[in-house]
Design a protein around this ligand. Sequence first.
Ligand SMILES: [Zn+2]
Length: 287
Amino acid sequence: MPFLLSRGGANVPAEVQRWQYFLLKQGINQVGGIDADFGLNTETATKFFQVRESLTANGKVTAATLERAAQLGYTIVPDDYYQRRAGTEFPRKPTNLSSPDNATRNRDFTCFKFIQRPRDQRPDAEAIVIKESCNGSQSDWVAANIVTIEAPQLKFASGFNGRVRCHAKAAPLLTKLFKKWEEEDLLHLIRTYEGCFVPRYKRNQAPGGDGGHSSKKSTDVDALSNHSFGSAFDINFIDNQLGHVPAECGQRGATRELVAAANSVGIFWGGHFSTRDGMHFEISKLS
Ligand SMILES: [Zn+2]
């Protein structure tokens, strides 16, 4: 029995996301966004699909509706799909990848100098301002290293403006990952996009006091976020907040099924940190 869906039904949230993503791909924008909630918009959009495909227009994702959708590329997963991915230990932490240490990321993405403005002059507690490269060869490290790439795979994610800003050396890997997620038909799992390059300390790890600080080198500061190097990005923030157990497979906003593909291209998942950060994906090392 495939995962049938309806308004008020006992729906698996991730399967609602799959269906909402499919409707968006089919150009049926009445569905709104990917929110995992089978509400009036999704019901209406389902009727649009059913009318278009000459099915009974009852607004429910019935077996007949799924059968037609499958002919159009919709993936029908086995009944035990979520049982086999259940629990907070899925997926296993990779043994061959880890969060990069400070030396590794400075080697891969190069050292920069940065300041922290006084608290009343910065947008949040952790924000920094990046200046020149440490060796002085680049007067503006950001302009020299941070690029904007197309990421059409994220186009239905809330908060995505059509482009990802990341380090030029991270770009090929991120592009590869987004394509892999598309090939594996996992893009319905990406509900929201919260950004890649963001110059800041790790959350709650900025130096204390309100005065800010003068120039420091990235090689000297372990507490910088990988977002400062443009080698990490966040998705599905609301369902995978820092320090919380990330959403489990099948639940709204779960990122766990995305991890295997990420690991296969050398990208580590924040859900495998000791302080869990299930929204976060980062490049472990470039080579
Ligand atoms: Zn992050």
